[in-house]
Design a protein. Structure first.
Lengths: 423, 314
């Protein structure tokens, strides 16, 4: 399947060293060629996750670049873009270079750093966009936080024009979400918890889109979670605003009901919403309003999750459940064409970030993921490659997953030993 | 005393108690109350049992009520106020509770500022837990004593109309009371500034009425909640005490709209002149002091029933 060319057929792929050499329905090869029999499986471009938190530098007890990329490879990802809210923040080229070097040394997949929009993510002063891009940053975001001051956000969008750089917005009106720890609605009333109304996200997304319109800059909206947000983005696209959007698998799989029993493993920001919102997210993915699926992989330790609900940190891991959830909900339940899901998880995020990947073509890099749509696996703590296990999907049995991941032709994940490496 | 046992291992909230369990607790509380009327207000059933009161929020009346209830049953009771404890040194809630549990109390009574804290504790600690108020979630023993007081007065709860006035959205008392009264067959109306109404009152079972006169017109029970003056100032949900008292306070001015045989309740402490005028608070319809007496009886009942359960199961 190649979503970049919108093709889906039964065929062979010939890989030579780190490149794809040939793709056809049948390829004749010399006898010395190693053949991996993959009938019934899907050969897709290596998946691209444009929103992960790798926690290094500074919070290595939760995840490192090594363990995070290992989890990515196990989830079928060959490229990830990591957010800058590390300790210290990736707001200067030194940290950007550090991340890139660590990834070269110990990473199991390609790592593209997203740098901060403001210094220390304090929302006041812009970072050195030019310097950061030269060091290898691929986009800018203060993720974890919005840029609260609209004048600063305007400056950021305008400044990005000099570089044709991408601003990724965590859109949240903090004054409305203050002290809230889950969606405001039936569940929060039942549990006696302060909620975050959908308006907190929708107001901020509308604001950021207005600023994108004003400046003519590119804007990407992170982790869309509400029906109202999808509608706002749909309208903006219809007007020609240069906006793209992503959502995470949990927003199309779960609702606020998952928080029952004060389950901190279902606590994240933005929070899980209602069934109506979930359905709107799915329709947004279906009609292209939402361009990409990104996990917002957010590892947290038991220190941050085994405590009072209000005090628990926001976020869940997601690299290893993203594809299984997309197959379960989008393909099997909602009838999405598999190649469309691959587009949402590889070619679209790659083109939004303007990074290589997301396609299968001769002379392209052999970043390839092999999917077995029928293989069952139970997601348990023992199977997790990430250093943390904060997931509401623990214990679930999935049907369909990545069984092998090739990075530049080399297997970095190979569940069934198909490529003889034995991970 | 010939008591049976509760299904529940803990008293975390009214949400977890069925109608039969609630009736059972109320019946037990009635016999406990009889003990309190005796000259020697002490009986031995819980002799040798240990009850720890772990209060992370300041409290006089609730803590006193829980302590007295324990002493009346001859249990040993210790109270810990969080500000004087290791919590100040940064100890987590789970660690504090586990350390206390290691000293083998039979029951831990916990009041905490965060909703869900007692629930979380019950998953990490083996002692029986009684929720004495968690954040804006529940205050089950308060709701039970309110039920007892109403039942005492009217002989029933079923079919009565209850109106609760105040900061419903942030009141764990209101939350527990709405659940408790509707579960026992009463209908509940809530009233107050719209800024203080919960996002989905139907989820709990209450109707919202924003006009005080309409809200109290047919009410058999009118319960006023304490207005938290400390919330005045930044982002206050109401402009002033004066306006609150004028629009939502129960005073002689509003008396003509009350049923003649209505009872006036309040969980305490009262802001005299705000939610209740002094005349109403001290008037013949007020059962506020009866609530306090019943509070001790209900807590005695909870201890007895929880420990009877533990005795049976070892």
């Amino acid at each position: 399947m190649d979503p970049a060319q919108d093709v889906d057929f039964v065929g062979d792929v010939l890989v030579h060293e780190d490149r794809i050499e040939h793709i056809a329905s049948e390829i004749d090869v010399p006898p010395s060629t190693k053949i991996v029999e993959l009938s019934g499986k899907w050969i897709v471009p290596g998946l691209v996750d444009m929103h992960v938190h790798l926690r290094e530098p500074g919070e290595e007890y939760k995840e490192t670049i090594e363990t995070g990329t290992r989890a990515a490879a196990a989830g079928g990802f060959t490229s990830v873009a990591c957010m800058p809210n590390t300790c210290p923040s990736n707001d200067n080229s030194g940290i950007t270079r550090f991340i890139i070097d660590r990834a070269k040394d110990s990473g199991r997949c390609r790592v593209f750093p997203v740098a901060a929009i403001t210094v220390g993510q304090d929302g006041k002063g812009l970072t050195e966009f030019g310097d950061l891009l030269s060091a290898g940053a691929v986009a800018f975001s203060d993720d974890g936080l919005p840029v609260q001051n609209p004048a600063v956000m305007r400056l950021a969008l305008e400044y990005s024009l000099n570089f044709n750089a991408l601003i990724i917005s965590h859109s949240e009106e903090l004054e409305l979400s203050k002290e809230g720890c889950m969606n405001e609605g039936k569940m929060s009333t039942r549990l006696g918890l302060k909620g975050i109304p959908v308006a907190a996200e929708e107001i901020a997304i509308f604001r950021d889109i207005c600023l994108a319109k004003l400046t003519g800059a590119r804007l990407h909206i992170a982790h869309v979670s509400t029906a109202g947000s999808v509608e706002i983005i749909r309208n903006a696209k219809a007007q020609g605003v240069r906006v793209t959007a992503e959502t995470a698998p949990h927003y199309f799989s779960l609702t606020e009901e998952a928080v029952a029993g004060y389950n901190t493993f279902a606590k994240m920001n933005p929070p899980l919403r209602t069934e109506r919102d979930r359905r709107a997210i799915i329709e947004g993915l279906r009609d292209g309003t939402i361009d990409a699926i990104a996990t917002d992989h957010a590892p947290h330790n038991s220190l941050e999750k085994e405590c009072e609900f209000q005090l628990a940190a926001n976020g869940i891991i997601g690299l290893e459940t993203a594809l299984p959830l997309a197959l379960k909900v989008l393909v099997n339940e909602e009838g999405f064409a598999p190649v469309q899901v691959m587009r949402l998880m590889s070619s679209n995020p790659a083109s939004i970030l303007d990074i290589p990947g997301g396609g299968l073509r001769p002379s392209g890099i052999a970043d390839i993921t092999i999917i077995d749509p029928e293989e069952e696996f139970t997601f348990t703590r023992d199977t997790i490659h990430s250093k943390s296990y904060n997931s509401p999907f623990l214990g679930l049995v999935f049907r369909g997953r990545a069984i092998s991941t090739l990075l530049g032709g080399m297997p970095v994940f190979d569940a069934n030993g198909l490529f003889d490496i034995g991970y | 005393m010939g008591m049976g046992k509760l299904k529940a291992r803990h008293i975390l909230g009214i949400a977890h108690l069925g109608m039969e369990e609630i009736s059972f607790i109320l019946d037990t509380a009635v016999s406990m109350k009889e003990i309190m009327e005796r000259p020697i207000k002490k009986v031995p059933p819980l002799r040798g049992k240990t009850i720890v009161n772990l209060f992370f929020e300041p409290s006089t009346r609730t803590k006193l009520s829980f302590e007295l209830a324990a002493k009346r049953l001859s249990a040993d009771t210790v109270s810990i106020a969080a500000s004087t404890s290791s919590v100040v040194k940064g100890e987590t809630l789970i660690d504090t509770a586990r350390n206390i549990e290691a000293m083998r109390p039979d029951i831990i009574v916990i009041r905490h500022s965060m909703s869900g804290a007692p629930y979380m504790l019950s998953r990490h600690v083996g002692s029986a837990i009684i929720n004495a108020g968690d954040g804006t979630n529940e205050h089950p023993s308060q709701a039970l004593l309110d039920l007892m007081t109403v039942r005492e007065h009217f002989g029933r709860i079923d079919g009565l109309k209850v109106t609760i006035i105040g900061d419903i959205a942030h009141s764990r008392v209101a939350h527990s009371d709405i659940l408790a009264f509707t579960r026992m067959g009463a209908s509940v109306t809530v009233c107050g500034p719209a800024t203080m109404m919960p996002p989905e009152p139907g989820e709990l079972g209450a109707k919202v009425c924003l006009d005080l006169k309409d809200a109290i017109r047919d009410a058999d029970v009118v319960m006023a909640l304490r207005i938290q003056k400390e919330r005045l100032g930044r982002l206050s949900p109401f402009p002033s005490e004066r306006e609150y008292a004028d629009r939502f306070g129960i005073s002689t001015a509003i008396e003509p709209y009350l049923k003649k045989d209505v009872i006036i309740m309040h969980p305490g402490p009262i802001n005299r002149g705000v939610e209740l005028s002094p005349e109403i608070a001290d008037g013949i319809n007020s059962v506020i002091l009866k609530q306090v007496t019943n509070g001790v009886a209900v807590r005695m009942a909870l201890y007895t029933l929880l420990l009877a359960d533990l005795q049976e199961h070892g």
